[in-house]
Design a protein around this ligand. Structure first.
Ligand code: DC
Length: 224
């Protein structure tokens, strides 16, 4: 199997880049953030006190996550129910980044699930600890990043396009706050990882660089 690990901060475009690269290469795209979000949704729905890591850990055996792949890409299921949209709310984002993603038992719970997915298919997997912890043997490890200002600029543009008011300074503050809250300790570059700074690059350029690197590595693997 061939695995591509993509890590990096929130807002660097990991998921859209990973999805496009997976589609170009014929690989499965695995969005690990969605799995953390699914656990957070479960905890919220079951009124588990998020600020108590022991309570979150104790509730984990009730969490049943599965992923399905269809025309719309990855769908995330919780106990068989499609929660792909429900995990995108602000409440779930906050519960995930502030509490759930920091619970060691949650990370351990997802480790097996994520490794198992990479055993069964060629994957592009994105997250925070994929190249370092989950798939240290991935053939290509990319740390996708962009300056905080660039990520704030893109986010503000997205909000404007969605018809929402966006004050750049407020969006930048939010990006910085999220970076600090989001487990920066996880954001390490594996020794054989490649940094891809997307500041100033178009989406298409980023996808092309990534797929070029992947094809080069695959060629090498075949020959080597
Ligand atoms: O990428 P995202 O915004 O969907 O991630 C949701 C949260 O989960 C975010 O707080 C980072 C965290 N996360 C993590 O700790 N490890 C991962 N492999 C993926 C996401």
């Amino acid at each position: 199997m061939f695995a591509i690990a993509i890590d990096g901060p929130a807002g660097a475009g990991k998921s859209s880049v990973a999805r496009a690269a997976a589609s170009a290469l014929g690989f499965a795209y695995v969005d690990t953030g969605a799995m953390y979000r699914a656990i957070a949704l479960y905890m919220l729905e079951n009124h588990i006190p998020l600020e108590e890591p022991a309570a979150v850990a104790a509730a984990l055996p009730g969490v049943q996550i599965s992923l399905e792949y269809g025309e719309q890409g990855q769908r995330t299921l919780l106990g068989g129910r499609d929660i792909s949209e429900a995990i995108r709310t602000e409440a779930v984002s906050i519960a995930t980044s502030r509490w759930v993603a920091h619970v060691p038992q949650v990370r351990q719970f997802l480790l097996d699930l994520q490794r198992d997915l990479a055993k069964r298919a060629n994957v592009v997997m994105d997250g925070r600890d994929i190249g370092t912890v989950i798939l240290p043997g991935a053939q290509l490890k990319v740390f996708l990043t962009a300056s905080a200002e660039e990520r704030a600029r893109r986010r503000a543009l997205q909000l404007e396009q969605a018809g929402e008011q966006a004050c750049f300074q407020a969006v930048l503050e939010e990006v910085n706050r999220r970076d600090a809250q989001d487990a920066p300790q996880l954001e390490q570059l594996p020794p054989d990882g490649v940094v891809l700074d997307t500041t100033g690059l178009s989406f298409e350029q980023v996808v092309e660089r990534l797929t070029d690197m992947a094809r080069e590595r695959m060629d090498k693997e075949e020959k080597g």
